[in-house]
Design a protein around this ligand. Structure first.
Ligand code: FCB
Length: 463
């Protein structure tokens, strides 16, 4: 390993029960897409459609985690990882989305949970990380209110099997992406390009979360921590012009407040619909109350920020045209990841403090943070990814500072344990702290993996 700053140099203190974890999701790592009775999902259909993903790549095999689960858990244990956030594939459990249970699907997750617990690794289950059963899409998917009811039933099915052992539960991962990237921009499954549809899908996703909470509560152990995971892209104005301030506010409503406001304040942000020039979603009288059912934690996914300034609307780019802002990129002097995302650790500290102040969640958990870089494996034992080490250490430092200033942060999860299927980018982006050589499925711990292990070990010995 090359020389990197000592993990103990991070100048922050974390409570002894702070969760130090890694994250993955079912479709991105499992593979085994046609095994043991799993039904198809919208991502199988989308990735299988020519032109939708990088070089037509799919999650059919992915990192083969379904078959290598024990090996991967042993790897986590070797690194001293304290918690593992994974998602459950809805169509593995209910191949048609509702109705007949495929117990072999649940058996896999039960084995995974037991294996984690045997290694003293805390499981954090995400029930929906975008792989909607295709059968539900045939009935309209998230555009159909019934999907929210089906999700609550599915949540109960999983909780009945795992609720005695799993303490941490997240309903949805990044509903903004399912709603907007799936229905507004068409970059993700199911690939629709209709902003109004994105708003409707977003409402049903929120409703699904709210309806699932009491069902989870009823079938999980006492002290279970129930929450939702949102993605945030903090927006900063690039200049002091009033029109720039205004466009930053609108961009913030779209990127950050669309989901958190209904969840924590029981209403949509006022400017959202006018700025996007869409109608509010149709809703029933108690929907907003259901959506605002109190949670135990808010999961925060953070990768980058947006620096914006006012621009005049153009017809070419629907979102920026409607929101009348343009993004300043590249920011002079800034570093960028392989995704083209600016490295901006201060954004994570600002975000956590703002969430604490504006929404007072009972607890915050950083459920994803990480970076893609062009990693090269030397063919032996090494992948030198110093930029990822720097990214992670700077962001962990930012979390520590937010904690010291009053944000109730309880955990931090690196995205990702393994290199994996990065949605529309296929396997072209590597986020893992463990390298995956796809032809052989060999795992090689990157320098960042060793660094994270030494960081966690140093916390343990000092607490
Ligand atoms: C998040 C997703 C996750 C992964 C990272 C890079 O938006 O939740 O699945 O793709 O981005």
């Amino acid at each position: 390993m090359q020389h990197y700053p000592d993990a103990r140099e991070i100048n922050a203190s974390f409570p002894p029960d702070f969760l130090w974890g890694v994250a993955t999701s079912a479709y991105q790592v499992e593979g085994a897409a046609y095994e043991d009775g799993r039904g198809p999902s919208i991502w199988d259909a989308f990735a299988g459609t020519p032109g939708k993903t990088y070089q037509g790549e799919t999650g059919d095999i992915a990192a083969d985690h379904y078959h290598r689960m024990e090996e991967d858990v042993a790897l986590m244990a070797r690194l001293g990882i304290g918690a593992y956030r994974f998602s459950i594939s809805w169509p593995r459990v209910l191949p048609q989305g509702r109705g007949k249970l495929n117990s072999r699907g649940l058996d896999f997750y039960e084995r995974l949970v037991d294996c984690l617990l045997a290694h003293n690794i805390t499981p954090l289950v995400t029930l929906f990380h975008w792989d909607l059963p295709l059968a539900l899409q045939a009935d309209g998917g998230w555009l159909n209110r019934e999907t929210a009811l089906a999700f609550a039933d599915y949540a109960e099915v999983v909780a009945r099997r795992l609720g005695d052992r799993v303490r941490w539960w997240a309903t949805l991962n990044e509903p903004w992406c399912s709603a907007y990237l799936g229905h507004g921009s068409g970059e993700h499954a199911p690939g629709l390009c209709d902003l109004q549809a994105a708003i409707i899908a977003g409402h049903h996703l929120l409703l699904a979360h709210g309806l699932a909470l009491p069902r989870l509560r009823a079938f999980t152990r006492s002290g279970a921590q129930l929450g939702i995971v949102l993605n945030f892209t903090p927006v900063y104005p690039a200049d002091g012009r009033p029109e720039t301030q205004e466009s930053a506010l609108q961009a913030d409503a779209f990127h950050n407040r669309w989901f958190i406001e209904p969840l924590y304040h029981g209403r949509y942000p006022e400017v959202l619909f006018s700025a996007l020039q869409v109608q509010p979603p149709a809703m029933e009288a108690t929907d907003l109350e259901v959506i605002a059912t109190p949670c135990d934690f808010l999961g925060v996914n953070y990768y980058t920020r947006l620096l914006v300034r006012a621009s005049s609307p153009t017809r070419e780019e629907p979102i920026s045209a409607r929101l009348a802002h343009e993004t300043v990129a590249p920011v002079p002097g800034a570093c960028y990841t392989e995704m083209g995302w600016e490295v901006y650790p201060a954004g994570l500290k600002d975000l956590l403090l703002r969430l604490q102040q504006d929404y007072q969640p009972k607890a915050l958990v950083v459920t994803e943070n990480g970076a893609a870089f062009r990693d090269e494996w030397d063919g032996n034992e090494h992948v030198h990814d110093g930029r990822r080490v720097a990214y992670l250490s700077q962001h962990i430092q930012a979390v520590g500072e937010a904690l010291a200033e009053g944000a109730a942060v309880r955990g931090y999860f690196v995205w990702s344990l393994l290199d994996n299927f990065e949605w529309a980018f296929g396997y072209s982006k590597r986020f893992g702290i463990v390298y995956v050589d796809y032809p052989t499925q060999r795992r090689i711990i990157k320098d960042s993996g060793y660094w994270y292990a030494s960081f966690i070990a140093a916390r343990r010995s000092s607490s």
